[in-house]
Design a binder for this molecule. Sequence first.
Ligand code: FES
Ligand SMILES: [Fe+2]
Length: 352
Amino acid sequence: MTTNLIDPDIRKAHTLPSRFYTDEESFTDLVAGFEECWHFAAHEDQLSENNILPLEHMESLVGEPMLLTRDAVIRCLSNVCTHRGMLIATEACSASTLKCGYHGRTFGLDGCMRNMPEFEDVEDFPSLSDDLSSFDLKRWKGLLFAGSNPIRFNDCLEELEARIGWMPIESFQHDPSRHRTYEIDANWALYVDNYLEGFHIPYVHGDLHGELDYDSYSTELFEGGVLQIGVASDSESCFSLPESSPDYGQRIAAYYYWLYPGLMLNFYPWGLSVNLVIPLSVGRTRIVYHGFVWDHSKLGAGAGGDLDKVEAEDQDIVEATHRGVKSGAYDRGRYSPTRETGVHHFHRMLTS
Ligand code: FES
Ligand SMILES: [Fe+2]
């Protein structure tokens, strides 16, 4: 991959060449690298009612159908039956075993093959290869992360711990009514670019602009991610920060965390909105929302009050930008050194 394509000095740098958003080969190369990343799997509260949860998004992100099972422990297993390859679970459910719907092969929640009809005469059966493969799972405050061959998580979790470790994230409750799935006609990286700056808020999000103090909006970069902090306008909803918070004394309306490649953890006084950016093809992207509520009384207010409206406004912009970057008249732009440090950081990651 090209090195130093994006100048480290944002004042000198030119933005990502448009081929990164439009070219099949660049797309395939970048997405192949997702295998090495940790990805959000679920919040463990998603396993409170059902103890089997297929992770459809993992198939798109890393090419592996996976599922989570919970008994005494939570495991991440392959969702592919070891008989002839059928997917085992297609929706969340509760059961004491995993049973393939094709020919009835049954596995324990630990992935071990337990039973297979009509296999009495099969030699050397069962063997270890008849068990389901398992994948690494990482847990932080109730958030579960998985990957097919993850090596990079850098210091992301230490960053989150130091900043917002005071929040009782593990006790946030999954709210299925806040689940959304969108598909947009745009490259995934354009969706991320748009997320990584608040520069467009006054132009694109009239209502959100009223909730936030634009001049106090800040962006912090760290290895593997970006944090944007929205400060509330005078009367708007904000966190009650404990003295242990590095931001104690400020009127924080939202912590917007992005972790490479496409995980957005948006913390509001009411709880957490998780947004997953899932590339489907070079010009098509799925966006999945999951909501986890901390304080019901704060829903509907402040910067996280009407996420559907903000999302629709962003999608219109991102789809129009995708049409724009396909133009022969456009290749690269320049960055605002005050407002686009997050986008610059992301582009440096894409080209390193
Ligand atoms: S594919 Fe699962 S039992 Fe046959
Ligand atoms: Fe936006």
